[in-house]
Design a protein around this ligand. Structure first.
Ligand SMILES: Nc1ncnc2c1ncn2[C@@H]1O[C@H](COP(=O)(O)OP(=O)(O)OP(=O)(O)O)[C@@H](O)[C@H]1O
Length: 237
């Protein structure tokens, strides 16, 4: 097993707000890891530090041994999508993929191939600003995948996706894992998460759990999660 993502003693503070406190975990190449935690638990802050769009207050992140800030434009290693996706609204869907491909030193044809491969041809000619939430999300995911990155980080990617698109994303993640690619995905959809991940990490400011996805019914998983996230008392009370 080769460690591809290493988070070590990561803390993120915004003024007096502690979003993440002393979080450490590693992800092996080829794993799919689900990141769970209640609203405000620090998932987006953690993932933002992991991809280098925010700097940790303390601690380090290494993607294949390098700080993520050294990987800007290095899409072959790292792709990511946050919610809402950061796409230029005046670009067409295809334009976004072309932009991303050229930034990575890839050809326009690679971008056009990705439009076909990721099933966004029906609306890729439309401007992002005129797309539905789900269409935008699919374009953002396709743009993140244009360089076929070894590591893909997705923050609540099923937001706005319909049932067909949710299945599309699930199959895409499962295929990536089969190919030995790494995916880290945050979500509030426990049922969806357990269908694609090998392992879950639960945070609520601090790391609460890092291990295999629990077995059992949907209700049992929900109770397990609330307990891990430190929410069981509040829910029962
Ligand atoms: N830019 C910011 N400035 C100040 N506080 C922030 C900022 N971004 C996040 N926070 C705070 O940090 C904490 C963690 O927020 P974060 O968005 O990382 O949580 P999350 O787990 O992704 O939440 P959700 O599930 O609701 O998306 C929250 O208390 C939030 O209000």
């Amino acid at each position: 097993m080769t460690t591809i993502v290493a988070v070590e003693n990561l803390s993120k503070r915004y003024g007096s707000v502690d979003a993440c406190q002393d979080i450490s975990f590693v992800t092996e190449a080829g794993q799919c890891v689900g990141l769970l935690g209640p609203n405000g638990a620090g998932k987006t802050s953690l993932l933002s530090c992991m991809v280098g769009i925010k700097l940790p207050s303390d601690g380090t992140v290494r993607i294949d041994g390098q700080p993520p800030t050294h990987l800007v434009g290095g899409g072959a290693l790292l792709g990511y999508v946050f919610d809402p996706p950061s796409l230029t609204t005046d670009f067409t869907g295809e334009g976004c993929l072309v932009w991303e491909a050229l930034a990575q030193g890839l050809s326009r044809e690679t971008a056009r191939e990705a439009v076909r491969q990721y099933g966004i041809s029906d609306y890729a000619h439309r401007r992002v600003g005129k797309m539905s939430t789900g269409q935008r999300q699919r374009v953002a995911i396709a743009a993140a995948l244009v360089g076929d990155p070894d590591v893909l980080i997705l923050d609540e990617p099923t937001n706005g996706l319909d049932i067909e698109a949710t299945r599309w994303l699930r199959e895409l993640i499962v295929d990536r894992t089969r190919e030995g690619k790494t995916t880290i995905v945050s979500s509030h959809q426990l049922g969806e998460i357990r269908r694609v991940v090998d392992r879950v990490v639960v945070v609520n400011k601090t790391l609460r759990y890092d291990g295999p996805t629990p077995e059992g019914s949907a209700e049992e998983m929900e109770s397990w999660y609330l307990n891990m996230a430190g929410r069981e008392q509040e829910t029962i009370g």
